[in-house]
Design a protein around this ligand. Structure first.
Ligand SMILES: Cc1cc2nc3c(=O)[nH]c(=O)nc-3n(C[C@H](O)[C@H](O)[C@H](O)COP(=O)(O)OP(=O)(O)OC[C@H]3O[C@@H](n4cnc5c(N)ncnc54)[C@H](O)[C@@H]3O)c2cc1C
Length: 626
């Protein structure tokens, strides 16, 4: 196959595009000319991709490209650029107006850290005239510049990285924060003794933060490494990724949900919320699945597997778990090959309620609330649900015993894969997820590996979506868990950020455990819960929007359109008959008729019984008299 694909965070260049791309570009370029038949190029490609991912936020200053010299259509351009060996790394300056074959990197060390630092040096080699547009200064600031910030109010934070002259951390953090607004990063050398003394800094590297309100303090990070500094700054309240002008930016201070005027409610990022999980389940069962008139074949199998997984593994409240278990029993006991979805809804909505089994009927987000209705919500709850389920499966390995899914470490992941592919309203998401599943899901051999697989793939999605339209500016897509949630999950090896996967696994098992699920706002009868319902009752069509979808040419997924047209918020109308102003289901009515018929027959029997008896009695009496 090809060494690089469109999914990689780099530009694939060709003979047709190369010159045009490089000439008068607003950014510098680092291009690898390779050959797809060269074994070393093949071996090196993961490193190059990792480098491109590592400097993904630097693209306003320097971009990474690849060009395959073994491809016929590139023969001429590789000759023109005098590429003799593979791979050849060439740097191209920004704003170059004359033809330039670039500057070759001849070093033997091609490790990420070395190449990344060369990129920084290369950017610094630009002059004032050809400096890449959008790239802040990488020169160290002086004591005077920083001292003047003390006590100064501003509309942004200023972060100051104090380090020695050879250190690259400051410059790398400046470049990492380039696509973000609300924060300015500066670098100061530790030779600025007066300033260091004034701020009370004794060791380098160190970081200091000047707040918009005029106060200042040391930056509180667990490890003094690039990734921790950058993550800390990206997560500051009010700091967010610059979006294209078409994406509206909500006000950070008072972010309100415009369509429902519900206030944003505070929540704790280190918790999982039951309202999100229940709202997601409600949406899935009553809206998303309800657009399918009947379930049969693989769809029915997928639905049964899904219900099996949630009934056995969902660590929910008793009324919800019982509802799921009853649904499962019903599905298993029915040997039907085709089930009308109305029957399932009738069961869940009417019959079970009589026995006190109940799942919330409104969509209400807390940990998954977005800064506007079109963001976060349902897809966020779905990720959360499946993380919870993989963790539950790993901590209760026998939970699926005696079901169709027993002894399968892939039970939850395969069910998710099937569900997402078949029913999830976002088709594109389904396609991407299927690609990831085909690539590596079969390598998962244990329940723990399943937990980690889902985490890794979710991060891959986060990386792809960072800066896209489906990113909520208030909740930037990051590689998760961030250092503030799990400092021990992060390490640095040869200057490159790496995960400590043992720590990540331990963290996931704790974060998505039943003990970490908060019941806040779950009570349905509680008046407060009603008041805070983010999207009110599900029957307001405008409140039911599948969240986090890219506005595709087709716009809203097909079944969501139906939802809006019907004006019922997508809920299949329960087959209720109006009677005396009350809603009775078909079954309730048939029971009534049956009871009525029974009592009629009973009364008639009584009538005849007494009639016969009284006749006999009369005859007996008559005889006596006679
Ligand atoms: C299977 C699937 C595929 C999707 N594919 C696409 C797509 O191709 N294009 C598109 O535009 N949207 C896609 N989406 C939607 C997108 O991934 C987000 O769900 C949506 O943009 C909402 O984002 P969010 O900020 O709420 O965070 P989400 O990504 O939804 O994450 C929810 C919560 O999970 C936690 N979390 C974050 N990362 C991880 C992790 N690695 N491991 C464990 N927990 C984590 C965080 O607490 C986060 O708040 C997909 C959703 C799903 C469920």
């Amino acid at each position: 196959g090809r060494l690089y694909t469109e999914q990689d965070p780099l530009d694939i260049l060709t003979g047709d595009t190369l010159k045009q791309t490089l000439s008068n570009s607003s950014t510098a370029w680092l291009v690898q000319f390779y050959s797809s038949w060269c074994g070393h190029c093949i071996q090196y490609s993961p490193t190059w991709k990792a480098l491109a991912g590592d400097v993904k936020d630097w693209t306003q200053a320097i971009r990474i490209g690849v060009l395959d010299c073994a491809h016929e259509k590139n023969f001429d351009i590789c000759k023109e650029f005098s590429i003799h060996f593979y791979p050849t790394f060439r740097y191209f300056k920004a704003h170059s107006t004359t033809f330039d074959i670039g500057k070759t990197y001849r070093g033997a060390d091609r490790e990420i850290q070395t190449v990344r630092q060369l990129m920084v040096n290369f950017i610094q080699n630009h002059t004032r005239q050809n400096w890449p547009a959008g790239c802040p200064s990488l020169e160290p600031a002086r004591t005077e510049n920083i001292q003047s910030l003390i006590g100064l109010k501003s509309d942004h934070y200023t972060a100051v990285i104090i380090e020695d002259e050879e250190s690259y951390i400051g410059r790398e953090v400046i470049l990492d924060l380039m696509p973000y607004e609300g924060v300015v990063v500066k670098r100061v050398l530790n030779s600025e003794k007066v300033l260091l003394e004034k701020l009370g800094i004794t060791t380098a590297p160190a970081a200091y933060l000047f707040y918009p309100n005029g106060t200042h303090a040391g930056m509180d990070v667990q490890k003094k490494i690039r990734f921790f500094f950058s993550s800390f700054l990206k997560l500051l309240p009010g700091v967010h990724r610059k979006h294209s002008p078409s994406v509206q930016q909500p006000e950070p201070a008072a972010f309100k949900d415009q369509s429902t005027s519900e206030l944003y409610r505070d929540f704790d990022k280190s918790k999982v919320y039951m309202v999100d999980l229940e709202s997601g389940l409600h949406y899935l069962l009553r809206v998303e699945l309800a657009t399918h008139k009947t379930l049969e074949g693989v769809e029915l199998k997928t639905f049964k597997d899904f219900v099996t997984v949630v009934a056995k593994l969902f660590p929910g409240r008793q009324s919800v778990v019982k509802l799921l278990e009853t649904l499962l029993e019903w599905l298993v006991s029915l040997p039907l090959e085709k089930i009308p979805y109305e029957a399932i809804l009738d069961l869940a909505n009417n019959k079970m309620r009589i026995s006190g089994l109940h799942l919330t009927e409104r969509v209400q987000w807390l940990g998954c609330q977005g800064s506007s209705v079109a963001l976060r919500g349902y897809p966020c709850s779905l990720w959360t649900l499946f993380h919870v389920l993989t963790v539950q499966a790993a901590s209760r390995p026998d939970a699926l015993a005696n079901t169709a899914l027993e002894d399968d470490p892939l039970a939850v992941l395969q069910t998710m894969r099937q569900y997402i592919g078949m029913f999830f309203g976002c088709r594109e998401c389904g396609k991407h997820f299927e690609e990831m599943a085909q690539e590596s899901m079969s390598q998962v051999k244990s329940l723990d590996e399943a937990v980690l697989w889902l985490w890794r793939k979710h991060n891959q999605v986060n990386a792809r979506l960072a800066g896209s339209m489906s990113e909520d500016p208030m909740f930037p897509k990051t590689q998760w868990p961030t250092p503030d949630l799990c400092p021990t999950c992060h390490e640095e090896q040869d200057g490159l950020h790496v995960w400590n996967e043992d720590m990540v696994l331990a963290f996931l098992k704790k974060h998505y455990s039943a003990a970490n699920i908060s019941p806040k706002y779950t009570s349905d009868i509680h008046p407060e819960a009603g008041a805070v319902a983010a999207n009110k009752a599900i029957s307001t069509p405008s409140s039911v929007i599948i969240k986090g979808l890219k506005p595709s040419p087709e716009g809203i997924p097909k079944h969501m359109k139906q939802t809006d047209e019907s004006g019922t918020g997508g809920i299949q109308k329960e087959p209720n008959l109006p009677f005396l102003g009350l809603g009775f289901s078909g079954v309730d009515m048939s029971l009534c008729v049956l009871l009525y018929a029974f009592s009629c027959v009973f009364l008639m029997l009584m009538f005849f019984f007494f009639r016969v008896r009284s006749k006999r009695w009369k005859i007996k009496n008559h005889r006596l008299h006679v």
